[in-house]
Design a protein. Sequence first.
Length: 321
Amino acid sequence: MEASDGTAISVKDLHMRYGQNEAVRGISFEVASGEVFGFLGPNGAGKTTTIEILEGYRKRTDGEVAVLGTDPGRPTRAWRERIGLVLQECELDPTLTVRELVTLFSDFYPSPSPVDETIELVGLGDKRDARVGTLSGGQRRRVDVAVGIVGNPDLVFLDEPTTGFDPTARREAWNMIEGLKDLGKTIFLTTHYMDEAQHLADRVAILRRGELVAVGDLAEIGAGVGAETVIRFRMPTGVSADELGSVLDAPVELSGDVASLRVESPQRPLHKLTGWAEERGLVLDGLEAVHPTLEDVFLELTGPGGQAGGDGEAPGGGGDG
């Protein structure tokens, strides 16, 4: 059972060392039941090591970990039946049909989801009788997901679920993941696509060199690093940057005829700006307020000087994280 407070995953002061190399350096976070939690970081940050510990496939050096109320260092069969794994790379029998393969895996669980419902959920209803080897890369990835969720797990680990997808396939995969959340599943998502994490995740954790540098939703993380909103517009003829700066009580930057200013909150500056323009009878062409994206925040936290130099994983490990 998950914790009584609705916590699916609890990690406290987790450490993982390989000889003198410390891949995970005392990280702590929680994942609430029913949320999509994005676990992000550059290559070598320690993601794969952490995930393998959570999944019960790697012993930790120190710290406390509970996944669905169980220490994954002492996994039981009943506990594993509540976990769904969608690995970054899966090798499935290409000679079986989609239905045959999903049925095969469903037989491993005591209370699986109906096979046809699972196939429909991942968007392969019209391919249920096709052999896996004849499917496109995106369709095979959907089969990976079907195999990972047919056991009706409470918690699903999704590792880079849309790598190599075209834009249409990615959007369809996002709909599928949102469908899993609607079913009450907790989803632990790793992805290198920041727009994917921003679209799907309720909260994210950002890992760098084995340490957590941020945990929360985008607003919380953005506020923590001082990420600012940028207001942009085309400068009206006959108006100087100094004049506009005095109106807004903030420095205005010019790039050609495009003016911009950085603000913590855009509401008051926009009110001043549009009020001033109305009084002067001016039109602010291209006016927009551009909020910081997750990618902006991620680069701020893991950018120059922040990339791990390959020291965040097990020596010779196969993970990218």
